[in-house]
Design a protein around this ligand. Structure first.
Ligand SMILES: *Cc1c(COP(=O)(O)O)cnc(C)c1O
Length: 459
């Protein structure tokens, strides 16, 4: 018998979480206007709202917090982080920012102008937002398989090279400031991009003299999938895979709140000094001086440590396998979940889960509320509420899928928690026929309505 996977760490500090009663939760979700973002954290037992900034730091990261250097300029902690970025990603130029979207704001201020075209694989919403805010256009070039839940493909985050070339030919390389490769592809369910695809994208980009930007939030999880799934990488270490991945990029932006395993932070990495100089101006304007840019010295020190911890194979194995463990518990019980499982979350397919609920009554939101009421678990709707209204017709935009995302924070929950989550979802699944009506919106914001929307149950 081979040995099973287990976490390569033990627990030194714990935080209490509380189970509540159905009666309490029924009242709390009503008080929250049936919007899970309005719940207080102490009304939630297991919080799967996001894996961003919710990870647990290690003892070494906490010691880095204590010894961080808070000098305004030339901080030792800045140098530590700069050295880590050069060592892991091969990016000699670097600017810290307070989180991922701030890195986008700074870099795009330097590089993106009106009418530009930015092709990529299912751009993350803030990335797209920062492109469109500058009156430029983001064009999705993800492979078609990414949007077909019935196709099994090891790298559903890949870019379609033909489509990419077509976009370049149609719009002209001079109107394309860079191509974005998002790893793992968050919008497509945390699915990875292969190293072969990254290499081919870089070759195509080079032919047209276009730089490549890696949106790197889950760089380590992507490297793990390459090691497990791509031929020729089984015996290559994670850090070597990461170095090769970033050899096919000219720049990177990163939200360090994911694979950096810190609670706040981000940065830009660059190979070109000119891009660095241009970005520096905006970094000082928006974030802070170049040697701290929106981060405290202690946070930079914790991040430098976190980046290395994230490249540990046994950590990644336990992380990804924990997510898959939850996915398999659900799938084995017949609960409709998206496959293959991604690196950071499991997605419940609400259209198959609650076929009685009409699209206009928000099946994914209904399911997320039921899961909360059942067991105090907070997931997030990725469906019609999040998709917003069409800006012109103001009617609801119905996306292809109605999903409830259960994002797993890093190093926070045990597999007993996974058992609990699965049991709760299976209980809802068993009483799905009793769930006959969904919700209607009583109040909503003109954009990004999901954060503040108010709802009312229909009966
Ligand atoms: C989270 C994320 C961002 C934005 O980062 P924030 O730290 O939330 O500002 C950008 N791109 C990807 C792929 C992300 O996952």
């Amino acid at each position: 018998m081979s040995l099973p996977f287990a976490e390569p760490y033990k627990i030194k500090m714990v935080e209490s979480i509380h189970r509540s009663t159905l009666k309490e939760r029924t009242q709390w979700i009503k008080d929250a206007n049936y919007n899970l973002f309005n719940l207080l954290s102490n009304q939630v037992y297991i919080d799967l709202l996001t894996d961003s900034g919710t990870g647990a730091m290690s003892d070494k990261q906490w010691s880095a917090i204590m010894s961080g250097d808070e000098s305004y300029a030339g901080s030792r902690s800045y140098t530590e982080l700069k050295d880590a970025v050069a060592d892991i990603f091969g990016m000699p130029f670097f600017l810290p920012t307070h989180q991922g979207r701030a890195a986008e704001n700074v870099l795009f201020s330097a590089l993106v102008k009106e009418n530009d075209i930015v092709p990529g694989n299912a751009h993350f919403d803030t990335t797209k937002g920062h492109i469109e805010f500058r009156k430029a256009q983001a064009i999705d070039c993800t492979i078609a398989a990414a949007y077909d839940t019935h196709i099994d493909h090891p790298f559903k985050g890949n870019l379609d090279l033909e489509k990419l070339e077509q976009v370049i030919t149609e719009h002209g390389a001079k109107n394309i400031p860079f191509i974005v490769v998002t790893i793992t592809c968050n919008t497509a369910g945390g699915l990875p991009v292969s190293i072969e695809n990254m290499k081919e994208v870089k070759q195509l980009a080079e032919k047209h003299n276009i730089p490549v930007l890696i949106d790197s939030a889950r760089f380590a999880e992507n490297a793990y999938f390459i090691k497990e799934r791509e031929s020729g990488y089984k015996d290559i270490t994670i850090i070597e895979i990461i170095r090769e991945m970033f050899s096919y990029a000219d720049m990177m932006t990163i939200s360090a709140k994911k694979d950096g395993i810190v609670n706040i932070g981000g940065f830009i990495g660059m190979k070109d000094e000119d891009v660095f100089k241009k970005s520096t101006v905006f970094n000082i304007l928006f974030e802070g001086f170049i040697t701290y840019g929106g981060m405290a010295g202690r946070d930079m020190a914790a991040l430098a440590q976190g980046l290395y911890e994230s490249t540990d194979y046994h950590y990644l194995e336990s992380r990804i396998k924990q997510v898959a463990y939850l996915g398999s518990l659900l799938s084995d019980a017949g609960v409709p979940v998206q496959k293959p499982f991604g690196g950071h979350a499991i997605f419940l397919n609400a259209l198959e889960f609650l076929p009685n609920i009409k699209r206009e009554e928000y099946p994914a939101q209904t399911l997320a509320i039921e899961l909360y009421k059942e067991a105090g678990i907070r997931g997030v709707e990725i469906g019609t509420i999040m998709a917003d209204r069409d800006p012109v017709s103001r009617t609801n935009r119905y996306p292809n899928l109605e999903l409830v995302r259960l994002a797993i924070p890093r190093r926070v929950y045990t597999n007993n928690h996974m058992n609990y989550i699965a049991a709760a979802a299976i209980r809802v699944w068993e009483r799905k026929d009793e769930i006959k009506r969904g919700y209607e919106i009583t109040e909503e914001a003109p954009i990004m309505r999901h954060f503040t929307v108010k709802l009312r149950p229909l009966s």
